[in-house]
Design a protein around this ligand. Sequence first.
Ligand code: UDP
Length: 311
Amino acid sequence: MRAVVTGGAGFLGSHLVDRLVRDGWDVVAIDNLVTGSPDNLVPALATGKASLVHQDVIQRCEVDGEVEFVFHLASPASPVDFERLPFEVLRVGSVGTLNALEFAHRKGAGFLMASTSEVYGDPLISPQPETYLGNVNPIGIRAVYDEGKRYSEAATMAYHRYRGLDTRIVRFFNTYGPRMRLDDGRVVPNFIAQALAGRPLTVYGDGEQTRSFGYVDDAVDGVCRLAASGYHDPVNLGSQWEFRVIDFARLVIELTGSGSEIEYRPALPDDPKQRRPDTSRAETVLGWRPTTSLEDGLRATIAWFRDRLGT
Ligand code: UDP
């Protein structure tokens, strides 16, 4: 069995490549290396069962030979990237997804679209079930990503309905773990790097906004179950454990044993106020539940950051 993972050199992508290799797949990772890094694939490449193709799915998505499944994960994913790379984000969420869908269709392969909790925007209900249609600002600063992912979901369903493509859609909620970019700008790498350096942890706004953090191994396990399931509607994957950002900052300080203080910065525009997945669909359809506690996941992530930062 041979799989293609777009964004395979990225944070989530590379963990998925590792898992697929462990499960006996041959894997081709496609990446333009804008936010991904070949370093993430060192263990997978060493097995001889994975390869990396430097290709930008915005331009083309093509791999010779038979392919049974395409996992489409390619996209910058940090709010910092949405401002740094707005046109790349727009293109990969539109043309990039169409190229990946067309590729899967040509190969007669299954297709999994990596979508996001951002399709719910700044949600007005909590927790968010897959049936919630969202509250997205189409002209806001995050719209390049949010609307791109919504478009990607629409395109995926169109290929399923009108071309018979065997599709899946997963909506990830704040996934974290080793291999997140140190300068990615998201809250997990920011707080850990700040705490390890003894610098103040930068809390945006009053810190009352909430997120639910899901460990990457659990997310990847959900992806593999979904790929095997034959289920076509979207499935949320994330943790039920909802945290205020201010409490998350305190937890990172505690787990790193840091003497860092907390520094309040201006709130970000369009920052969602709450986010927590309703995961009953994943439980019912996939028999999936996250098994990694936030403390265990954070300890593993902190250890990885320590190693990278030499602290
Ligand atoms: N955040 C923060 N300080 C930081 C980075 C992020 O307070 O240094 C907040 C951000 O405003 C948001 C939450 O943490 O409310 C999660 O942000 P992140 O960029 O990780 O992902 P998002 O869920 O917003 O896509």
